[in-house]
Design a protein around this ligand. Structure first.
Ligand SMILES: [Ca+2]
Ligand SMILES: [Ca+2]
Length: 228
């Protein structure tokens, strides 16, 4: 009976801990085209055409947007505060600022981060951060309930601003925006949570989190090995 009580207590503790811990709610590893039906519940809605995207052998989404094409991807959300992160690199961008973007749209304004080979910027005349985007970086955009936007690069805060335009949409968005512009980019993953606006010290980046999850399973593996 005591043993049963202890087990029940541990189980409740486990549930409680898991309830508190923030995790990525959606993980897109770029192993399929975003609107591939094979993704099931993980499928993204496309605006324009997903034909501008190709999956590489390394599990990247390679977007080559010629000026006459548009192709961005959306997943509906239902919250005022969210966090989106992507590992991405940009080889080219020519055209309007949001020809290549990622961010959080709605309900009272859009948090767009525009991507270029040599800098990133919060859209609508927002601040700019200079960096070499031709190499991979982990970019994170958060938007809180007061429409404050914070941008992080490789776990360091680099920009802060507020929402500008309002598309009327309410979603997580990334890809080649609705312009006559062109761009070329590689995306290794896109992850997000609608549980709030989290800095990296409250929600680890997806690369780190994946490594910790694997490490966390090691004691189980050792237990299994010793049991044999
Ligand atoms: Ca285009
Ligand atoms: Ca990947």
């Amino acid at each position: 009976m005591l043993k049963h009580s202890v087990l029940t207590f541990l189980f409740i503790l486990l549930l409680a801990t898991r309830g508190i811990a923030v995790d990525w709610e959606h993980v897109y590893e770029c192993n399929n085209i975003p609107d591939d039906k094979a993704l099931g519940n993980g499928v993204w809605e496309v605006f324009g055409t997903s034909e501008i995207g190709k999956i590489t052998k390394d599990g990247e989404l390679h977007i080559t947007d010629t000026a006459d094409k548009v192709g961005f991807f959306m997943r509906a959300i239902d919250t005022k505060a969210a966090t989106v992160e992507a590992r991405v690199r940009v080889l080219s961008q020519a055209g309007a600022s949001y020809s290549l973007l990622m961010g959080i749209e709605g309900p009272a304004g859009d948090a767009w981060m525009d991507l270029f080979p040599d800098h990133i910027a919060i859209d609508n005349g927002g601040p700019t951060h200079v960096l070499d985007m031709t190499k991979y970086h982990i970019l994170r955009v958060t938007k809180d309930a007061k429409n404050k936007i914070v941008v992080y690069v490789d776990d360091k805060q680099v920009l802060e601003g507020t929402t500008g335009g309002n598309s009327g949409r309410f979603d997580i968005i990334f890809g080649a925006g609705s312009t006559g512009g062109s761009s070329e980019s590689y995306w290794d993953y896109v992850v997000y949570t609608t549980a709030g606006a989290f800095p990296p010290n409250e929600l680890s980046n997806h690369v780190l989190k994946s490594a910790v999850d694997v490490y966390g399973k090691l004691p189980v593996t050792w237990g299994e090995l010793k049991g044999r």
